[in-house]
Write a protein that binds this ligand. Structure first.
Ligand SMILES: Nc1ncnc2c1ncn2[C@@H]1O[C@H](COP(=O)(O)OP(=O)(O)OP(=O)(O)O)[C@@H](O)[C@H]1O
Ligand SMILES: O=P(O)(O)OC[C@H]1O[C@H](OP(=O)(O)OP(=O)(O)O)[C@H](O)[C@@H]1O
Ligand SMILES: [Mg+2]
Length: 400
């Protein structure tokens, strides 16, 4: 668990028109950490002999030929990202675990950079990265609805979680079961607003405004948020939920309509890079094809079985009568030739069929019931379709 960032009022939602010391009602005009308002509240720096700039590093967009992919350097997404790429034959080669750079030998013109998830989004926006794998929550929070970033694959099938508001189960919230109930509570006033702590200032503020909450003070922290209400430091939280265990263990509950956003890992790209940097579009195409084909394949298994029969058609009739087996286009049935009394004969047919993983056992039982034997089951690496709709959508979104 990471520690809380201090101070929690970093993006307190005070109105622009009033100084922060006055009573405030949320107007949802957030000042993020490095905002002028926050800086204006710190004492002015003393003049020193050396001028030190604290501006963010500035990139020179056009300065490189190599394409850059940002991957999470830490946290729960890091390992799963590498393992997904490995399953797509795109193993990442990192010479030293402390190095932030690596490569994927199969794609020569690609550099991998390990970064914190939010920095992946920021660097995609600044042009220092071209592609990245990061949770949709982070994309939505840090890209803030502008269209510099393009989500190339929105469902990489790991890092599933939701961003949700939660309140204590007991006390004033005991009978609060929906966002409407929360918005109607008389307890929250200009003088005593509902204090909501979150690491998602942009999404949190937008959501609370959409839900019609009037008197809200948004507080910023980025770890162990579930401890804030029991410690009396906040009334509610907006945080990620996966199994729900952390909420439950801290006596918090989600309420109806409290989900801000559903999230999982995504492949994102910089729109500008897709348009302008040589090689980005081709690499994106290859990554997308491999990821889609692999994810599709990972839900299926290839089943091979021997079937006794008089003809391929007769075997096909029996197989197609089964409910669990239909294959991608239908089963492939081919004769198995063997020598019988010096003559080549066909007694068996080999059946090849792709079966959904969850129907495997049922298919085996059904195959046996129609005379199937010697059943082999193989994992599939890829199922490539003719063209991925995501690629078509990407091109049309780019106007290509
Ligand atoms: N409980 C969870 N279950 C599944 N996925 C999660 C969960 N919490 C977060 N995620 C996803 O994983 C991403 C990274 O979360 P993680 O907790 O590893 O990093 P972090 O919160 O930024 O860092 P840290 O927890 O080390 O402060 C999140 O942005 C989200 O997409
Ligand atoms: O619903 P659950 O499965 O219990 O998961 C939810 C918790 O997971 C994340 O915390 P994390 O472990 O990343 O710690 P953090 O608060 O320090 O980020 C998230 O911020 C929640 O606290
Ligand atoms: Mg975390």
């Amino acid at each position: 668990m990471s520690s809380m960032s201090a101070p929690p009022l970093e993006f307190a939602a005070f109105p622009v028109s009033q100084p922060p010391s006055q009573p405030y009602t949320i107007r949802l005009c957030l000042r993020l950490r490095s905002s002028p308002v926050v800086r204006a509240r710190s004492p002015a720096p003393r003049a020193t002999a050396t001028a030190v700039s604290t501006r963010p590093a500035v990139s020179l967009y056009g300065d490189r030929d190599v394409v850059r992919l940002g991957l999470p350097s830490k946290g729960r997404m890091a390992e799963q990202t590498l393992s997904l790429l490995k399953s797509c034959q795109l193993a990442v080669r990192q010479l030293n675990p402390r190095q932030y750079t690596a490569d994927i030998p199969l794609i020569p013109n690609l550099e991998v950079w390990f970064q914190r998830p939010k920095d992946i989004v920021r660097k995609l926006q600044s042009g220092d990265l071209d592609l990245g794998i990061v949770g949709f929550d982070i994309v939505s929070e840090y890209a803030q609805d502008n269209d510099d970033l393009v989500v190339v694959h929105d469902a990489l099938d790991f890092g599933h979680c939701r961003l949700s508001l939660a309140v204590p189960k007991q006390g004033v919230f005991e009978n609060v079961n929906s966002m409407e109930d929360l918005a109607k509570m008389p307890e929250w006033t200009e003088e005593r607003p509902l204090r909501v702590v979150t690491g998602f200032g942009y999404l949190g503020a937008k959501f609370l405004k959409e839900k019609g909450l009037k008197h809200v003070l948004l507080l910023s922290a980025d770890g162990a948020l579930e401890s804030f209400p029991p410690m009396g430091m906040a009334d509610a939280i907006v945080d990620l939920v996966s199994s729900g265990t952390t909420l439950r263990e801290n006596n918090l509950k989600e309420i109806e309509g409290s989900v801000v956003l559903e999230s999982q890992a995504t492949l994102v790209a910089s729109r500008k890079s897709l348009h302008k940097r040589k090689g980005v579009l081709d690499i994106t195409h290859e990554l997308l094809e491999r990821l889609e084909a692999h994810l599709r394949a990972s839900a299926e298994l290839m089943v091979t079985a021997n079937m006794r029969g008089n003809s391929a058609e007769e075997v096909a009739e029996r197989v197609l009568s089964l409910t669990s087996i239909c294959g991608l286009q239908g089963p492939t049935i081919s004769p198995v030739y063997c020598r019988h009394n010096d003559k080549v004969a066909v007694e068996y047919y080999a059946l090849n069929v792709v079966v959904p993983q969850k129907l495997l056992y049922k298919s085996i039982q059904e195959l046996r019931s129609i005379g199937g034997s010697g059943v082999l089951v193989t994992k599939l690496t890829y199922i490539f379709d003719e063209e991925t709709p995501r690629w078509r959508n990407l091109l049309s979104g780019l106007g290509l």
